[in-house]
Design a protein around this ligand. Structure first.
Ligand SMILES: NC(=O)C1=CN([C@@H]2O[C@H](COP(=O)(O)OP(=O)(O)OC[C@H]3O[C@@H](n4cnc5c(N)ncnc54)[C@H](OP(=O)(O)O)[C@@H]3O)[C@@H](O)[C@H]2O)C=CC1
Ligand SMILES: CC(=O)C(=O)O
Ligand SMILES: [Mg+2]
Length: 759
């Protein structure tokens, strides 16, 4: 029976939410130029006089706008804030965080560029007039959080006025996702759509759109009863009615939700918390289907249903129960498909195609690389798995493909796609691999929570990271430091450390102090250290204390580095923790740039490695890449490519390749080669004998300076995200952050330490 999953979604505090939105550049979006703007020539092309040429081309043929401007991949998320989530009418400005959020989800899940627009009026005509003239700027309009019944008028009118898709997500997104879940719930319970009896509680934006789609899919109108705060919407009712409710009024003697539900097969809840009682559920048919989708609290909880019935299929809008019916499963992918065929609209055929594709995905076996998105519990189609989760990486190829096909078949595609197989491949390439990698790391750690020592426990960002680590259910956070200082610093920064899972340890007062000192002395006595030196290090140096905790099994991993240079912190740790037997300790950085993810090594340890060491680094990095879920393709980098230009400095790299040849390693590698040959398929094509099957995803640097300089430049100048250097090859998990690390960087590193503690 559906109950809260063990790994219920991470909870976040109000403070975390505010800090997340405020950190760095306020808000969640920025605009980035896609063309160089460096030279006078660039400016002449991007702006006057060059820009006049596409202007004239578009004036002559409007479809050229898709070739020369952002229009083809740009969706506006537009709201007036009259129904913000379940929070009600809080106005246009207050809706902005939600709309920005939606815009970034478009990008994150389907690589659709998106911008939020908040329109400050509750008047439907004013709103329509504002939006209707924005058509030339966008490939689609996602209306959001506009209350019923104005939302119906606004959407319908804008659909008539505009020649691009206009889609109110609270209506149709919800309808599509719940239809998908329902198709599967009917299958699981052996029901036929045509004879299934449904009651929909809630006759607003979501409720009305849901039953419209259900009818378009084949539900018999007479089998659907709609209810609102006044009870059943029956033919002849006058109180609290509007034309949208009237369209679904049925001939019935039932007047209350309870009466309507007697013997019903399906309950669709799009109303409010607690609207469904256990007594009503009791009266429903065998194997009842209950979708309690009110947010954030459902009409009835899965636990309440489980107490009285074991035969129900249950879904909610929340991530912490099985079967989450959530809009994010739809809108990014639906617009992706619509944009890719330059659809003029999103019609019923496209919506039904999306619903069916979603439903189908849940019926397929979950392959290995997808199982991780399901927190390792490979789900099987059935009562507790009728719909995929938002992190399912198959969504990006399955849903847009179905939507694009339906658009073409229903005649609303302005640019049909000829090669659909190729399109499916292009869609998969839009997936952001690091996001799913990090997600996988977090999910695994949640299943096997770990005790992580946050060595610099008195620092504000470290305390915040520890709180976030615990809030995200990743395990226990140990803050090292003086109790009174930590508490005072936390109080000053407004951080609440009084929660289960956060421990404070003062090295000097710890009862393990003596054991750690003996342990350190044992290791260092022949390296010039007196006992009292070791005592001082254990008392005063948190890296030494933390490393002993991990070495002696009192914690699972360490994160440090905020107050100490990287190499100093590493030297501290290496006094206590050795390399894994047969391994070499190296640093690997994960670089994310323009949808590509590459691993770069060694970014932390070896200053000027010899050939043998470069070969070791390659092996270590390849193993790490595999643990992160990548099939490694290594490029052994140099300034030269296959002997040209000749130079002494490339010889070490050439020799390293020969060493790998002799070792008969089981991953792809080649070199020496320059970075452009490694990363650019066209440059690589100049060397047809190359042994890599595609652009490299692991770059082995010839020396520390080139590794460090290139990753830091990418970060500062190239707008890349760089995670790491991650320490690889140590016998115990230790991660060292950079001096200016933010709390989110520290949590990522703590999670990675915890992840590697389990491998
Ligand atoms: N899971 C998901 O993905 C989504 C969930 N929702 C949820 O659906 C609910 C409705 O959203 P939306 O349609 O946008 O809102 P609207 O304000 O447009 O409509 C709300 C409807 O619910 C009815 N209603 C409210 N309380 C009750 C009650 N106790 N019993 C019966 N009917 C009730 C209202 O009745 P009346 O007409 O008489 O006022 C109205 O018809 C919200 O809780 C929202 O969180 C919405 C979108 C997506
Ligand atoms: C999910 C959503 O879009 C809403 O609650 O408004
Ligand atoms: Mg919404």
């Amino acid at each position: 029976m559906a109950k809260k999953t063990e790994n219920s979604g991470p909870s976040v505090s109000a403070q975390e939410a505010l800090e997340f939105h405020a950190m760095g550049r306020p808000g969640k979006l920025e605009v980035v130029a896609t063309k160089p703007m460096a030279t006078q020539r660039d400016l002449s092309l991007a702006y006057s006089p060059g820009v006049a040429v596409p202007v004239l081309a578009i004036a002559e043929d409007p479809s050229r706008a898709f070739d020369y401007t952002t229009r083809g991949n740009m969706v506006a998320v537009i709201s007036n804030g009259t129904a913000i989530l379940g929070l009600g009418n809080l106005g246009a400005l207050a809706s902005k965080p939600v709309m920005e959020g939606k815009a970034v989800l478009f990008k994150r899940f389907a690589d659709v560029d998106s911008i939020d627009l908040e329109v400050d009026t509750e008047d439907a005509d004013e709103f329509i007039n504002c939006v209707r003239f924005l058509g030339p700027s966008f490939g689609g309009i996602n209306l959001e959080d506009i209350k019923a019944p104005e939302c119906f008028i606004i959407e319908q009118r804008l659909r008539e006025l505009m020649d691009i898709p206009v889609f109110h997500d609270d209506q149709h997104g919800t309808a599509i996702i719940s239809a998908a879940g329902l198709i599967n719930a009917l299958e699981v319970t052996g029901r036929d759509m045509k004879t299934t009896r449904m009651v929909c509680n809630g006759a607003g934006a979501a409720g009305i759109a849901c039953i419209e789609l259900m009818k378009a899919m084949g539900f018999a109108p007479e089998n659907i009863i709609l209810c609102d705060t006044k009870g059943v919407v029956y033919q002849g009712r006058t109180e609290g009615m509007n034309q949208w409710k009237s369209a679904h009024a049925v001939k019935t003697d039932t007047r209350s939700l309870a009466e309507a539900l007697d013997g019903a097969d399906v309950f669709l809840g799009l109303s409010a918390k607690g609207a469904l009682t256990t007594k009503m559920v009791q009266s429903m048919a065998k194997n009842p289907i209950i979708f309690a989708m009110a947010n954030p609290d459902p009409e009835i909880t899965p636990e309440e249903v489980a107490e009285i019935r074991t035969d129900a299929i249950m879904a909610t809008g929340r991530s912490d129960y099985p079967n989450q019916v959530n809009n994010v499963l739809g809108f990014p992918y639906i617009f992706r498909g619509a944009l890719d065929v330059r659809a003029t609209t999103i019609n019923d055929d496209m919506k039904i195609a999306a619903a069916r594709a979603l439903a189908e995905l849940a019926r397929k076996d979950v392959p290995d690389d997808v199982a991780a998105a399901y927190q390792g519990n490979r789900p099987k189609f059935g009562p507790n798995y009728i719909i995929p989760v938002p992190f399912d990486p198959r969504l990006i190829s399955a849903i847009p493909l179905a939507v694009a096909k339906a658009a073409m078949e229903s005649g609303v595609a302005r640019k049909p796609i000829l090669d659909l197989d190729r399109y499916a491949q292009e869609l998969s390439a839009r997936r952001d691999p690091i996001a799913s990698t990090l997600q996988r790391i977090y999910d695994r750690v949640r299943r096997q929570p770990k005790r992580i020592v946050f060595a610099e426990g008195e620092e504000e960002q470290v305390m915040r990271a520890a709180v976030s680590y615990v809030n995200q259910k990743l395990g226990t956070a140990i803050l090292l430091g003086r109790d009174d200082v930590i508490k005072e610093n936390a109080r000053h920064a407004g951080i609440d450390l009084n929660k289960q899972g956060i421990e404070i340890i003062n090295a000097r007062l710890s009862r393990r102090n003596g054991i750690y000192t003996d342990f350190l002395y044992e290791r260092m006595q022949r390296k010039g250290f007196l006992f009292r030196d070791c005592q001082r290090l254990i008392n005063n140096d948190r890296n030494h204390f933390a490393a002993c905790m991990v070495a002696l099994g009192d914690a699972d991993g360490i994160v440090t580095g905020v107050t100490r240079n990287y190499s100093t912190a590493l030297d501290d740790i290496r006094r206590i923790i050795d390399a894994k037997p047969g391994h070499r300790v190296i640093g690997v950085s994960i670089v994310l740039a323009r949808g590509k993810t590459v691993l770069v090594a060694d970014t932390a340890v070896h200053d000027m490695p010899n050939a043998e060491q470069i070969a070791d680094i390659a092996e270590e990095a390849a193993g790490f890449a595999r643990r992160m879920g990548y099939e490694p393709r290594l490029a052994m980098l140099a300034y030269s490519t296959f002997g040209h230009p000749q130079g002494e400095r490339s010889e070490r790299v050439q020799e390293a390749v020969r060493i790998l040849d002799k070792r008969r390693v089981d991953f792809e590698y080649d070199g020496e080669m320059a970075a452009d040959v490694a990363l650019n398929a066209r440059a690589m094509a100049q060397y047809p004998f190359i042994r890599l099957t595609g652009p490299a995803n692991v770059l082995i640097m010839p020396a520390f300076h080139s590794a460090s300089i290139s990753t830091k430049m990418l970060q500062e100048l190239g707008g890349s995200t760089v995670i790491g250097p991650l320490l690889v090859g140590l016998n115990k998990p230790v991660q060292i952050v950079s001096l200016n690390a933010k709390d989110s960087d520290i949590v990522n590193m703590a999670a990675i330490a915890a992840y590697t503690a389990g491998t």
